[in-house]
Design a protein around this ligand. Structure first.
Ligand SMILES: [Mn+2]
Length: 332
Protein backbone atom coordinates (compact mmCIF):
# COMPACT_ATOMS: atom_id res chain seq x y z
CA UNK A 1 0.00 0.00 0.00
CA UNK A 2 1.19 3.48 -0.79
CA UNK A 3 2.65 5.02 2.36
CA UNK A 4 0.32 7.65 3.77
CA UNK A 5 3.04 9.81 5.28
CA UNK A 6 4.91 12.38 3.22
CA UNK A 7 8.19 11.40 1.54
CA UNK A 8 11.06 11.06 3.93
CA UNK A 9 14.64 10.07 4.25
CA UNK A 10 15.14 6.54 5.49
CA UNK A 11 18.14 5.06 7.25
CA UNK A 12 19.82 1.87 6.09
CA UNK A 13 18.50 0.15 9.25
CA UNK A 14 14.92 1.22 8.51
CA UNK A 15 15.13 0.02 4.93
CA UNK A 16 16.65 -3.30 6.05
CA UNK A 17 13.89 -3.75 8.63
CA UNK A 18 11.25 -2.96 6.06
CA UNK A 19 12.77 -5.31 3.47
CA UNK A 20 12.65 -8.20 5.92
CA UNK A 21 8.86 -7.74 6.26
CA UNK A 22 8.00 -7.24 2.59
CA UNK A 23 5.21 -9.38 1.13
CA UNK A 24 6.37 -8.87 -2.46
CA UNK A 25 8.88 -6.57 -4.13
CA UNK A 26 9.59 -5.19 -7.57
CA UNK A 27 13.18 -4.03 -8.20
CA UNK A 28 13.53 -1.33 -10.86
CA UNK A 29 16.56 0.24 -12.42
CA UNK A 30 17.03 2.89 -15.07
CA UNK A 31 16.79 2.57 -18.81
CA UNK A 32 20.11 1.77 -20.56
CA UNK A 33 21.45 0.26 -17.32
CA UNK A 34 25.14 0.27 -16.44
CA UNK A 35 27.17 -2.02 -14.18
CA UNK A 36 25.95 -0.28 -11.03
CA UNK A 37 22.27 -0.51 -12.00
CA UNK A 38 22.57 -4.17 -12.99
CA UNK A 39 24.77 -5.00 -10.00
CA UNK A 40 22.06 -3.58 -7.73
CA UNK A 41 19.30 -5.59 -9.38
CA UNK A 42 21.32 -8.80 -9.30
CA UNK A 43 22.39 -8.40 -5.65
CA UNK A 44 18.91 -7.33 -4.52
CA UNK A 45 17.05 -10.11 -6.35
CA UNK A 46 19.54 -12.68 -5.06
CA UNK A 47 19.12 -11.40 -1.52
CA UNK A 48 15.31 -11.39 -1.74
CA UNK A 49 15.58 -15.01 -2.84
CA UNK A 50 17.75 -15.82 0.18
CA UNK A 51 15.27 -14.07 2.47
CA UNK A 52 12.27 -15.83 0.90
CA UNK A 53 10.67 -12.63 -0.40
CA UNK A 54 8.82 -12.99 -3.73
CA UNK A 55 10.57 -10.61 -6.11
CA UNK A 56 10.72 -9.50 -9.72
CA UNK A 57 13.06 -7.19 -11.61
CA UNK A 58 12.13 -4.61 -14.23
CA UNK A 59 14.18 -2.36 -16.53
CA UNK A 60 12.29 0.06 -18.80
CA UNK A 61 13.04 0.00 -22.52
CA UNK A 62 13.59 -2.83 -24.98
CA UNK A 63 17.20 -2.31 -26.07
CA UNK A 64 19.79 -5.02 -25.44
CA UNK A 65 21.61 -5.01 -22.10
CA UNK A 66 25.41 -4.53 -22.07
CA UNK A 67 26.71 -8.06 -22.66
CA UNK A 68 29.59 -7.69 -20.16
CA UNK A 69 27.08 -7.81 -17.29
CA UNK A 70 24.97 -10.76 -18.41
CA UNK A 71 27.02 -13.12 -16.24
CA UNK A 72 25.38 -11.55 -13.18
CA UNK A 73 22.72 -13.90 -11.75
CA UNK A 74 19.05 -12.92 -12.37
CA UNK A 75 19.88 -10.16 -14.86
CA UNK A 76 18.76 -12.12 -17.94
CA UNK A 77 15.37 -12.80 -16.31
CA UNK A 78 14.59 -9.17 -15.58
CA UNK A 79 11.39 -8.02 -17.24
CA UNK A 80 11.71 -5.47 -20.10
CA UNK A 81 9.31 -3.31 -22.09
CA UNK A 82 6.00 -2.46 -20.50
CA UNK A 83 5.96 -2.13 -16.75
CA UNK A 84 4.25 -4.92 -14.81
CA UNK A 85 1.04 -4.16 -12.99
CA UNK A 86 1.72 -3.93 -9.30
CA UNK A 87 -0.48 -5.41 -6.62
CA UNK A 88 -1.22 -3.23 -3.59
CA UNK A 89 1.03 -5.17 -1.20
CA UNK A 90 4.03 -4.82 -3.51
CA UNK A 91 6.83 -2.38 -2.70
CA UNK A 92 8.84 -0.98 -5.60
CA UNK A 93 12.57 -0.52 -4.96
CA UNK A 94 14.31 1.88 -7.34
CA UNK A 95 18.08 1.63 -7.77
CA UNK A 96 20.47 4.20 -9.28
CA UNK A 97 17.55 6.15 -10.78
CA UNK A 98 18.43 9.85 -10.77
CA UNK A 99 14.81 10.64 -11.46
CA UNK A 100 11.44 8.99 -11.95
CA UNK A 101 11.61 10.12 -15.54
CA UNK A 102 14.80 8.15 -16.09
CA UNK A 103 13.19 5.00 -14.76
CA UNK A 104 10.24 5.70 -17.08
CA UNK A 105 7.97 4.03 -14.60
CA UNK A 106 5.00 6.26 -13.95
CA UNK A 107 2.48 3.64 -14.94
CA UNK A 108 2.67 1.49 -11.84
CA UNK A 109 3.61 4.16 -9.34
CA UNK A 110 0.18 5.27 -8.28
CA UNK A 111 -0.47 2.01 -6.46
CA UNK A 112 2.78 0.94 -4.84
CA UNK A 113 5.02 2.18 -2.07
CA UNK A 114 8.34 3.41 -3.43
CA UNK A 115 11.81 3.02 -1.98
CA UNK A 116 14.40 5.18 -3.71
CA UNK A 117 18.02 4.05 -3.28
CA UNK A 118 20.56 6.13 -5.20
CA UNK A 119 23.79 8.11 -5.13
CA UNK A 120 23.02 10.89 -7.66
CA UNK A 121 23.24 14.33 -6.03
CA UNK A 122 20.37 15.55 -8.23
CA UNK A 123 17.96 12.79 -7.17
CA UNK A 124 14.74 14.66 -6.27
CA UNK A 125 13.69 12.17 -3.59
CA UNK A 126 10.70 10.70 -5.43
CA UNK A 127 10.28 7.77 -3.06
CA UNK A 128 8.11 7.33 0.00
CA UNK A 129 11.42 6.42 1.59
CA UNK A 130 14.59 7.90 0.16
CA UNK A 131 18.07 6.61 0.75
CA UNK A 132 20.17 8.96 -1.36
CA UNK A 133 23.85 9.36 -0.56
CA UNK A 134 25.89 11.37 -3.10
CA UNK A 135 29.07 10.43 -1.18
CA UNK A 136 28.54 6.74 -1.93
CA UNK A 137 30.88 5.56 -4.72
CA UNK A 138 28.11 3.39 -6.21
CA UNK A 139 24.48 2.59 -5.49
CA UNK A 140 25.64 -0.96 -4.71
CA UNK A 141 27.62 0.61 -1.82
CA UNK A 142 24.34 1.85 -0.28
CA UNK A 143 22.72 -1.53 -0.86
CA UNK A 144 25.73 -3.15 0.81
CA UNK A 145 25.11 -0.97 3.89
CA UNK A 146 21.43 -2.02 3.90
CA UNK A 147 22.44 -5.69 3.82
CA UNK A 148 24.95 -5.14 6.64
CA UNK A 149 22.41 -3.23 8.74
CA UNK A 150 19.94 -6.09 8.33
CA UNK A 151 22.53 -8.72 9.16
CA UNK A 152 21.69 -10.41 5.86
CA UNK A 153 24.11 -13.14 4.72
CA UNK A 154 26.67 -11.87 2.21
CA UNK A 155 27.73 -14.82 0.07
CA UNK A 156 30.09 -14.79 -2.89
CA UNK A 157 27.31 -14.33 -5.47
CA UNK A 158 25.76 -11.32 -3.73
CA UNK A 159 29.20 -9.85 -3.01
CA UNK A 160 30.19 -10.22 -6.68
CA UNK A 161 27.10 -8.35 -7.86
CA UNK A 162 27.78 -5.52 -5.37
CA UNK A 163 31.42 -5.46 -6.46
CA UNK A 164 30.52 -5.06 -10.15
CA UNK A 165 28.65 -1.83 -9.34
CA UNK A 166 31.58 -0.60 -7.28
CA UNK A 167 34.36 -1.44 -9.73
CA UNK A 168 32.52 -0.01 -12.76
CA UNK A 169 31.21 3.21 -11.14
CA UNK A 170 34.67 4.04 -9.76
CA UNK A 171 36.34 3.39 -13.12
CA UNK A 172 38.21 0.42 -11.66
CA UNK A 173 39.08 2.43 -8.53
CA UNK A 174 40.51 5.38 -10.48
CA UNK A 175 37.81 8.09 -10.57
CA UNK A 176 37.45 10.90 -8.04
CA UNK A 177 34.76 8.92 -6.15
CA UNK A 178 37.36 6.27 -5.22
CA UNK A 179 37.35 6.99 -1.51
CA UNK A 180 39.03 4.98 1.25
CA UNK A 181 35.52 3.64 1.88
CA UNK A 182 35.44 2.24 -1.67
CA UNK A 183 38.64 0.31 -1.04
CA UNK A 184 37.43 -0.91 2.38
CA UNK A 185 34.20 -2.13 0.77
CA UNK A 186 36.15 -3.87 -2.00
CA UNK A 187 38.29 -5.62 0.60
CA UNK A 188 35.22 -6.78 2.54
CA UNK A 189 33.59 -8.08 -0.64
CA UNK A 190 36.76 -9.90 -1.62
CA UNK A 191 36.78 -11.50 1.83
CA UNK A 192 33.16 -12.54 1.20
CA UNK A 193 34.31 -14.47 -1.86
CA UNK A 194 34.64 -12.14 -4.86
CA UNK A 195 37.16 -13.45 -7.38
CA UNK A 196 38.50 -10.06 -8.47
CA UNK A 197 40.48 -11.32 -11.44
CA UNK A 198 37.57 -13.42 -12.69
CA UNK A 199 35.22 -10.41 -12.51
CA UNK A 200 37.83 -8.36 -14.38
CA UNK A 201 37.88 -10.89 -17.19
CA UNK A 202 34.07 -11.00 -17.38
CA UNK A 203 33.59 -7.23 -17.39
CA UNK A 204 36.67 -5.92 -19.19
CA UNK A 205 38.17 -8.78 -21.17
CA UNK A 206 35.12 -10.38 -22.74
CA UNK A 207 34.50 -7.63 -25.27
CA UNK A 208 32.30 -8.81 -28.16
CA UNK A 209 33.82 -7.99 -31.55
CA UNK A 210 30.83 -5.79 -32.59
CA UNK A 211 31.59 -3.51 -29.63
CA UNK A 212 35.13 -2.91 -30.88
CA UNK A 213 33.75 -2.35 -34.38
CA UNK A 214 31.38 0.24 -32.90
CA UNK A 215 34.33 1.90 -31.16
CA UNK A 216 36.09 2.05 -34.52
CA UNK A 217 33.04 3.88 -35.96
CA UNK A 218 33.01 6.28 -33.00
CA UNK A 219 36.73 6.99 -33.40
CA UNK A 220 36.23 7.64 -37.13
CA UNK A 221 33.86 10.50 -36.15
CA UNK A 222 36.07 11.78 -33.34
CA UNK A 223 36.74 15.51 -33.25
CA UNK A 224 38.70 17.45 -30.69
CA UNK A 225 37.51 21.02 -30.33
CA UNK A 226 38.15 24.11 -28.18
CA UNK A 227 41.89 23.77 -28.39
CA UNK A 228 41.82 20.15 -27.27
CA UNK A 229 39.55 20.58 -24.21
CA UNK A 230 36.43 19.03 -25.76
CA UNK A 231 36.33 15.58 -27.39
CA UNK A 232 33.14 14.75 -29.29
CA UNK A 233 31.91 11.87 -31.37
CA UNK A 234 28.63 10.37 -32.51
CA UNK A 235 27.03 7.15 -33.69
CA UNK A 236 24.11 6.78 -36.10
CA UNK A 237 21.74 3.91 -36.87
CA UNK A 238 24.02 3.06 -39.80
CA UNK A 239 27.05 2.80 -37.51
CA UNK A 240 25.28 0.20 -35.40
CA UNK A 241 24.21 -1.77 -38.48
CA UNK A 242 27.69 -1.68 -40.05
CA UNK A 243 29.32 -2.72 -36.78
CA UNK A 244 26.77 -5.48 -36.26
CA UNK A 245 26.20 -3.92 -32.85
CA UNK A 246 23.18 -3.25 -30.63
CA UNK A 247 22.52 -0.56 -28.02
CA UNK A 248 24.21 -2.49 -25.25
CA UNK A 249 27.52 -2.36 -27.10
CA UNK A 250 27.71 1.42 -26.64
CA UNK A 251 28.22 1.10 -22.86
CA UNK A 252 31.58 2.56 -21.83
CA UNK A 253 32.66 3.72 -25.31
CA UNK A 254 32.88 7.29 -24.01
CA UNK A 255 35.75 6.23 -21.74
CA UNK A 256 38.00 6.19 -24.80
CA UNK A 257 37.13 9.83 -25.57
CA UNK A 258 37.74 11.04 -22.03
CA UNK A 259 41.23 9.60 -21.82
CA UNK A 260 42.68 11.70 -24.66
CA UNK A 261 45.48 13.99 -23.49
CA UNK A 262 44.23 17.46 -22.59
CA UNK A 263 40.52 16.59 -22.81
CA UNK A 264 38.45 18.14 -20.02
CA UNK A 265 34.96 17.34 -21.35
CA UNK A 266 33.91 14.40 -23.52
CA UNK A 267 30.59 13.96 -25.32
CA UNK A 268 29.32 10.91 -27.18
CA UNK A 269 26.06 11.29 -29.09
CA UNK A 270 23.79 8.53 -30.34
CA UNK A 271 21.40 9.61 -33.10
CA UNK A 272 18.39 7.41 -33.62
CA UNK A 273 16.02 8.02 -36.49
CA UNK A 274 12.86 5.95 -36.52
CA UNK A 275 9.71 6.74 -38.51
CA UNK A 276 11.15 10.14 -39.41
CA UNK A 277 11.54 11.12 -35.76
CA UNK A 278 15.02 12.10 -34.53
CA UNK A 279 16.23 11.44 -31.03
CA UNK A 280 19.77 12.11 -29.88
CA UNK A 281 20.99 10.53 -26.66
CA UNK A 282 23.95 12.34 -25.18
CA UNK A 283 26.56 11.06 -22.71
CA UNK A 284 28.78 13.65 -21.04
CA UNK A 285 31.93 13.26 -18.98
CA UNK A 286 34.09 15.75 -17.12
CA UNK A 287 37.65 14.52 -16.65
CA UNK A 288 39.02 17.06 -14.16
CA UNK A 289 35.80 18.29 -12.54
CA UNK A 290 36.28 21.84 -13.86
CA UNK A 291 32.85 21.66 -15.50
CA UNK A 292 29.80 20.13 -13.80
CA UNK A 293 28.24 18.11 -16.64
CA UNK A 294 25.12 17.36 -14.54
CA UNK A 295 24.34 21.11 -14.64
CA UNK A 296 24.79 21.04 -18.41
CA UNK A 297 22.47 18.02 -18.69
CA UNK A 298 19.84 19.70 -16.48
CA UNK A 299 19.55 22.53 -19.01
CA UNK A 300 18.26 19.94 -21.50
CA UNK A 301 16.07 17.96 -19.11
CA UNK A 302 18.68 15.33 -18.23
CA UNK A 303 20.71 14.61 -15.14
CA UNK A 304 23.46 12.59 -13.54
CA UNK A 305 26.66 13.20 -11.62
CA UNK A 306 29.04 16.18 -11.72
CA UNK A 307 31.47 14.14 -13.80
CA UNK A 308 29.11 11.77 -15.65
CA UNK A 309 25.71 12.85 -16.94
CA UNK A 310 23.41 12.68 -19.93
CA UNK A 311 20.30 13.91 -21.66
CA UNK A 312 18.09 13.17 -24.66
CA UNK A 313 17.23 15.73 -27.33
CA UNK A 314 14.77 15.89 -30.23
CA UNK A 315 17.41 17.70 -32.29
CA UNK A 316 19.90 16.05 -34.63
CA UNK A 317 23.57 15.43 -33.90
CA UNK A 318 25.00 18.61 -35.43
CA UNK A 319 22.59 20.95 -33.60
CA UNK A 320 23.24 19.23 -30.28
CA UNK A 321 27.01 19.25 -30.84
CA UNK A 322 26.92 22.97 -31.60
CA UNK A 323 25.00 23.59 -28.38
CA UNK A 324 27.44 21.53 -26.32
CA UNK A 325 30.44 23.33 -27.81
CA UNK A 326 28.93 26.75 -27.02
CA UNK A 327 28.09 25.74 -23.45
CA UNK A 328 31.50 24.20 -22.77
CA UNK A 329 33.31 27.18 -24.31
CA UNK A 330 31.38 29.56 -22.06
CA UNK A 331 31.88 27.46 -18.95
CA UNK A 332 35.56 26.62 -19.21
MN1 LIG B 1 25.67 4.54 -10.18
Amino acid sequence: MRAAESPRTGTVAEIAGRLRREVRVLAVSHEAPDGDALGCLSAFLLMCGRLGIPCEGYIPGESALPPEYLFLPQVKDVRRGTAPSVEPETTVYFFDCASLLRSNSHEFLAEAARINIDHHADNPGFGDFNLVDPAAPSTTAILYEVFKAGGFPLDAEVATALYVGLVTDTGRFQYANTTPYAHHMAAALQEAGVDVSWVYRQVYESTPLPKLMLLERALSHLEVRLGGALAVSWLSNEDFVKAGADEGHAEGLIDTLRRIHGVRVAALLREKVSEGRIQTKVSLRSTDGSLNVAELAHKRGGGGHARAAGFTSDEGVSAVLAWIEREVETAL
